[in-house]
Ligand binder design. Structure first.
Ligand code: PAF
Length: 283
């Protein structure tokens, strides 16, 4: 496995494997099984797998956890090696954002709802860095988890709107046995907070079961879903809602595909999670 920091070296390495399908798994490190499932999928579909590890400063707002974000670089490299990554790209912030950096990519509309309300500059940072990584690696396919559902939708829209020649592959959320969605930020949770955090996946699955079993007043289900979470001790709710899976507009009536999404703070840790609700699909 090659580890490169330099853009020239990255380009040469990818060029030498251009005959293969090239896959990119962008990450901010602190790798867990969710990330490794993306690498596994990339391995199945690509002949050359690049993983990037970069804690992207532009997607953190003022007062968020950029400095605190875990950076276990040696363990991450070992995990990539064991998972069969061919090349790890570890750029520095100075390389991706020189002092006179002035160009950002923004997906209007979609970036201003849900997470965008609570983290107003977040998605501009995400789409900018993902555009840069796609330009640097020029992969045939790039792999993202559905855990960051709104992020995945924004990246798909950016790729479509800007005619980027890459296939975006969305991969299922990986959960702990008790339902907690895997996230690098779970490492911040105390034992007690981790137990409290289970309310998020529990309520998401409850609302999915209600919708699948025929609840037709989606606006009421939406309200009750949010009320149940807001009333959970230790959970400080940002939003809990049911949306159209493409436009992310809130729904009042059921439709064949919906997504229930939640964001909340447990202690000082902000967590997000979602489940897709497919009325025609077997659950
Ligand atoms: O999902 C993440 O870890 C990040 O938002 C991403 C896509 C690697 C961009 O920094």
């Amino acid at each position: 496995m090659q580890v490169v920091e330099d853009v020239g070296e990255l380009r040469d390495a990818v060029l030498s494997r251009r005959a293969d399908v090239v896959g990119l798994v962008p990450t901010m490190g602190a790798l867990h099984e969710g990330h490794l499932s993306l690498v596994e999928r990339a391995r199945r579909e690509c002949g050359f797998v690049v993983a990037s590890i970069f804690v992207n400063p532009t997607q953190f707002g003022a007062g968020e956890d950029y400095d605190q974000y875990p950076r276990p670089l040696e363990a991450d490299r070992a995990a990539c090696r064991d998972a069969g990554v061919d090349l790890v790209f570890e750029p520095t912030a100075e390389l991706l954002y020189p002092a006179d950096f002035k160009t950002y990519v923004e997906v209007e509309g979609l970036s201003g709802v849900l997470e965008g309300i609570h983290r107003p500059t977040h998605f501009r940072g995400v789409t900018t860095v993902v555009a840069k990584l796609l330009n640097l690696v020029q992969p045939d396919k790039a792999f993202f988890g559905r855990k960051d559902y709104q992020q995945l939708m924004l990246i798909r829209r950016m790729v479509r709107d800007l005619d980027m020649p890459v296939e975006i592959v969305g991969c299922p959320t990986v959960r702990e046995e008790d339902g907690l969605a895997m996230s690098s930020r779970n490492a911040y949770l105390s034992k007690e907070e981790r137990t409290t955090a289970l309310a998020l996946s529990r309520e998401l699955h409850t609302v999915r079961d209600l919708l699948v079993s025929g609840a037709h007043d989606v606006s009421t289900e939406r309200r009750l879903f949010a009320e149940r979470l807001a009333a959970t001790p230790g959970v400080e709710l940002d939003y809990a809602t049911i949306c159209d899976p493409e436009s992310l507009e809130e729904l009042d009536r059921p439709q064949s595909r919906m997504v229930a999404l939640v964001a909340a703070r447990v202690g000082s840790t902000r967590l997000i999670d979602n489940v897709l609700v497919e009325l025609d699909a077997p659950n």
